[in-house]
Write a protein that binds this ligand. Structure first.
Ligand SMILES: Cc1cc2nc3c(=O)[nH]c(=O)nc-3n(C[C@H](O)[C@H](O)[C@H](O)COP(=O)(O)O)c2cc1C
Length: 161
């Protein structure tokens, strides 16, 4: 709810959603609308709908339903909150994601409580963590495959000298 009350957050999120197939194929990044159970629409229509109809309460309800429908949650906790720890949390996440996928277990990010500092602190206190930082939350379970969010080939994003 905190994030959906934050205009800057919503603006950034909307910029990353590929609302139409045309955008998805042209950009090959961000979030495919179909992965998020949104119908494809011209980008301007999709942006308008999200900007005007996604309420904090509605989004919170959607998240609650997703949590209740998941078999489990996995929280990645780092010993410190610095750049090497962020990279290591990412590496741990990738290992879990690959292993889960190999076992036909689906995963999705549910990272909102870690992204808002005040709420991360509440989570930290709730779990009795003192000097450890909950940095990434995902949900897992068995589910039907969703359409993929496309990514660019590695050669398009790496420069070699
Ligand atoms: C459909 C979809 C939904 C996502 N939702 C979230 C989210 O709620 N929170 C978050 O931190 N990241 C979210 N992500 C982004 C993931 O963090 C990111 O895709 C993941 O780390 C893999 O990195 P990559 O997409 O660059 O390969 C989402 C990605 C996709 C494709």
């Amino acid at each position: 709810m905190a994030q959906f009350r934050d205009q800057a957050f919503v603006r950034e999120l909307v910029q990353w959603i590929r609302f139409s197939k045309k955008d998805l194929l042209a950009r090959r990044d961000g979030l495919n609308a179909a992965s998020m159970e949104l119908p494809y629409a011209p980008a301007a229509v999709g942006k308008f709908i999200l900007n005007h109809f996604a309420t904090p309460e509605g989004e919170a309800k959607k998240c609650e339903k997703l949590i209740r429908g998941s078999s489990g949650l996995i929280l990645f906790i780092a010993g410190s909150n610095d750049k090497p720890s962020w990279v290591n949390v990412g590496r741990s996440f990738e290992r879990v994601a690959l292993k889960a996928t190999a076992l036909n277990i689906k995963h999705a990010h549910l990272n909102m409580p870690c992204e808002v500092l005040e709420i991360r602190k509440k989570l930290q206190q709730h779990l009795g963590l003192e000097n450890e930082h909950p940095l990434l939350l995902i949900r897992i379970g068995y589910a039907k495959p969703r359409p993929k969010s496309l990514r660019r080939p590695v050669d398009d994003v790496l420069l070699q000298s």
